[in-house]
Design a protein around this ligand. Structure first.
Ligand code: WTA
Length: 665
């Protein structure tokens, strides 16, 4: 994402001038759920005119133990959906399919990373019956460890089917889950476990990543030590066979406890507004926010969006693959909760896209005849770089739809995706949404909405989006502004765990009466949305949100650092990279070793994804008279200069700062 997309969004100049339009392929449209732009518009209008009728109808496609009595109660910023209703999210993913006679159908197809003897990877297929059996047992294990309804269970695992089983087992007993991405460090786990007061962690010995083992259990051990007194039990799935320490009475072997567990455990009927999960995401301050999603609204929203946007049809040999990790919201919503209730097999891959070779994804698509493929622009840019010969080796003709998520996709990458992967026959859904929105808000519907490379096109049903100024007044077409959502939708966040003020301040303060996602956007003359990136101090690196404050806090926690500022800079593959500017404490010397040490320190504190791509030492940070760091100036410097080889020379920002002082203050 270009850096000019940051900063004051209200006067962003848009530089994209994309004129190409791709109508939905005719044969795709003919069999799609929504077949034309007119059909979309009619349904969209109805969804805004009478949202309660629209969402009630959608909700009734799921299973309720007791029907809801009220569709929506909206007292800004609090939405309650489907009050009075009782349901269970695991039931809707699993038991409901069995009750309808589909228990023997495949729910999850999984492929492991290692290539075994005979050149074949390990493949597992789990039916809805299998999922019920396993989730019921794990639910009983959690019961046995004293996990009560409403108590948060932390899940820190690799991409194995047991991760989905763990998520669904929590949902089954009404224990909200907090899944932590396997790339996060011990400190990050400790912070989250403490915030959520989570007594139990479900983890693995290790996870496979590019032929190597990441030792997850070691991180958990350290996290338990750091979060002293919070965690009393872990359940450890042995996946990689790496050597781990098991503490008697605290750490339980997954296979052992599961082999002793009873396989019967009915799902607990939950209130629609009971917490289903929390998921931590970056904000503008150092502390990650525990985004809260509840059972009814989230289930309905992810189910319906998945159905229409990925055009899911059961019984048509579809195999849907989302390449995200379950540790991110994309994995929650569009590997698990949105897909399973649609009864289309969800495919999961354990490892890296370039293991053992850069054609692994295409190999998988060919082997499993994947029909819908959903990935991130950063991955697409990596594929482009690796070369067309890799997809060229494989038969990708099973694909009928492509999707992207996580950051704006540059038109060049879009065109490559369309041509090389989609064979110019697959619609591309560029889906805009966030952890907080629960599901996709702005997106093409593949059989109905013509696409323009780089635009996420039009709002989904029930989504009243707008581009506005600081006063909430709509901006004219083709002028940049703040993206806002003016009405509640079922999948919206219900709060920030344990921090009511932050919930209000972050999302409902800047634009009065509306939800503010902190993205800038413009709408073109056709009403199409073009997302221009974040307007806060959050950077989107490889499709993942990182708060610059978090990285700064990590740097400052090192004994030799006095002050740090982190900004985004353009990065060929990741879209954005991180540039860190560091001032050292008196007596400390800037050396190449210290630079490496600081970069590794960030990886230890947060995780590898947060590692700065550039780290510069400076004797002072440029600041305005009021003491605000002049980030725009730092961004210019990060973009303009290649990293200096000579680390002993300090950038003299004080001079630059003086020059810019008037402009910035
Ligand atoms: C960005 C990921 C442009 C955006 C689901 C948003 C996008 C943030 C797109 C949320 C897209 C996501 N086009 N930008 N299609 N999708 N974003 O919470 O800045 O990890 O606010 O959720 O990613 O990131 P999060």
């Amino acid at each position: 994402m270009p850096a000019e997309n940051q900063g004051a969004a209200t006067d962003i100049q848009s530089i994209l001038q994309e004129k190409r339009v791709f109508p939905p392929p005719r044969d795709f449209a003919a069999s799609a759920h929504i077949k034309s732009l007119d059909e979309y518009r009619a349904m969209y209008d109805r969804s805004l005119e009478d949202p309660e009728a629209f969402w009630a109808e959608a909700a009734r496609e799921l299973h309720w133990y007791k029907p809801f009595t009220r569709v929506l109660e909206w007292k800004l910023p609090d939405a309650r959906w489907f009050d009075g209703g009782l349901l269970n999210a695991c039931h809707n993913c699993v038991d409901r399919q069995i009750e309808a006679g589909h228990g023997a159908e495949v729910a999850i197809i999984w492929e492991g990373e290692p290539i075994g003897a005979g050149g074949r990877p390990e493949i597992r297929r789990l039916t809805y019956d299998d999922l019920e059996y396993e989730t019921a047992k794990l639910a009983n294990v959690l019961d046995g460890l004293g996990v009560n309804r409403g108590e948060v269970v932390t899940i820190y695992m690799g991409m194995v089917p047991e991760l989905v089983i763990a998520v669904l087992a929590c949902a089954r007993i009404g224990a909200p889950h907090s899944v932590i991405f396997g790339g996060f460090s011990a400190t990050a786990i400790a912070d989250r476990v403490t915030d959520a007061k989570s007594k139990v962690i479900i983890t693995c010995d290790g996870a496979w990543r590019r032929g190597k083992i990441v030792s997850l259990k070691d991180n958990v051990d350290e996290a338990i030590h750091l979060a002293s007194g919070v965690v009393s039990h872990t359940i450890v799935l042995k996946r990689c066979g790496n050597k781990i320490r098991m503490v008697e009475g605290r750490d339980h072997d997954w296979h052992e406890v599961m082999s002793q567990a009873e396989p019967d455990r009915d799902p607990t009927p939950m209130n629609a507004e009971d917490l289903l999960f929390i998921l931590y995401t970056s904000g503008t301050t150092g502390k990650p926010k525990g985004i809260m999603h509840t059972t009814g609204g989230y289930s309905v929203y992810t189910y319906l969006t998945a159905k229409y946007i990925f055009d899911l049809h059961h019984g048509q040999n579809q195999v849907y693959w989302c390449t995200a990790d379950v540790g991110w919201v994309t994995g929650h919503s569009y590997i698990i909760y949105g897909i399973l209730p649609n009864r289309v097999p969800t495919f999961m891959y354990e490892g890296a896209p370039n293991h053992p070779e850069p054609d692994r994804f295409w190999d998988i698509i060919e082997r499993h005849k994947v029909t819908q493929f959903y990935t991130a622009p950063t991955a697409i840019r990596a594929f482009m770089k690796w070369g067309e010969e890799h997809p060229g080796k494989h038969d990708l003709s099973s694909l009928r739809l492509l999707g992207t998520v996580g950051e704006p996709i540059n038109p060049e990458a879009w065109m490559w995706y369309h041509r090389v992967i989609g064979g110019e026959r697959c619609p591309i859904v560029d889906t805009w949404w966030q952890t907080e929105t629960g599901g996709i808000l702005i997106t093409p519907l593949p059989g109905a909405i013509p696409t323009k490379p780089g635009s996420c096109t039009l709002p989904f049903f029930g989504i009243d989006a707008a581009v506005v100024d600081e006063q909430g007044v709509e901006k004219p077409a083709n002028t940049g502004g703040l993206l806002a959502i003016r009405k509640p939708w079922p999948g919206m966040l219900r709060g920030v765990y344990g921090d009511r003020n932050r919930f209000i301040d972050a999302y409902f303060k800047r634009i009065k009466g509306m939800y503010f996602p902190a993205d800038g956007a413009r709408r073109d003359e056709d009403g199409y949305y073009w997302i221009m990136g974040r307007v806060d101090d959050v950077i989107n690196v490889a499709g993942h949100r990182l708060g610059t404050m978090e990285v700064e806090s990590a740097l400052v926690s090192h004994t030799s650092v006095a002050e740090a500022a982190v900004v985004g800079m353009p990065h060929e593959i990741k879209g954005q990279g991180l540039a860190a500017f560091v001032t050292l404490k008196t007596g400390q010397t800037a050396t190449e070793d210290l630079r490496t040490e600081l970069i590794n320190h960030v990886a230890r504190e947060i995780g590898h994804i947060a590692k700065p791509d550039q780290l510069r030492f400076t004797d002072a940070l440029p600041k305005t008279r009021s003491g605000k760091i002049m980030r725009r100036l730092l961004r210019e410097i990060a973009e303009g200069h290649a990293p200096r080889g000579d680390t002993t020379t300090l950038e003299d920002f004080s001079v630059l700062a003086k020059l810019r002082e008037n402009e910035e203050s």
